[in-house]
Ligand binder design. Sequence first.
Ligand code: MN
Length: 276
Amino acid sequence: MDREEIKFPAAIFSYEDSNAVIQSIAFEDESLFHLKKLKELSGLVEPFDIELRKNLLKNVRLHDKGIFRVKGNYDEIYLRTRKIFEDGKLPITFANSHLVSLYNVGICDENTAIVVFDAHADCKQEYQNKKFSKATWLRRFIEFSNPKQIALIGIRSLDEEELEFLDENEVFYLTSAEIKNNFSKSLEEFDKFMKNFENVFISFDADAIDPSIIPGVNFPEPLGLSLNDVFAFFELLREKRLRGVDIVEFKHIKGMEMNEVAITKIFYRLLDVAFG
Ligand SMILES: [Mn+2]
């Protein structure tokens, strides 16, 4: 597996001294470009947050392992994530494809909620003749694990079969419209769901956010969440132990920095939830 030594400017710690470790996964050359742009433009974001009156990275010691080009052997993703986790550090994976989450959630025990922010349910039986893809990964996971561990936040694009599958398996979900129309009730329901778990794994698809804020995604869907919406959900996770984070499906748009700035803000906010 090839590796490129390109790091987030904020990742200034050695592996040994770190408490959070970033790995980026590129399945093809194009995503390598998007990952590089994210790292470069993340430098535009001020880690100090005026609303919370603190530096979001104050207690975070970030290490960046660089960008891995993965061809075929996806188990390597899981093995590397598990190693970071077993070393007592928070594994954070950036990738253009949501498929990485299928491998990374392998580190979750039954006491870990898997919270997926996404416009899509990713529960298709097959996608483009593939059983393992960004549009099928959550169905594959549910087929061999406990669907009651999953919370799907912000969905608004799926087909009848996917909805049937979610309902049959009693997956907890909140649609984007439900969240918009009844914000406090949605937070309450999510809080109740989280009461069953001590730990949390977050799989964050950038298209959960409205494309007027993050247009640089593979499958843009209107009527999405705002950054403040998702930050309110994050706030309910402060008492939990964060086991892992995936941030996926984003891409660079030429001449535009907003995608990367918004994603970095989400990233820093999650780090503060974990360590702040
Ligand atoms: Mn999606």
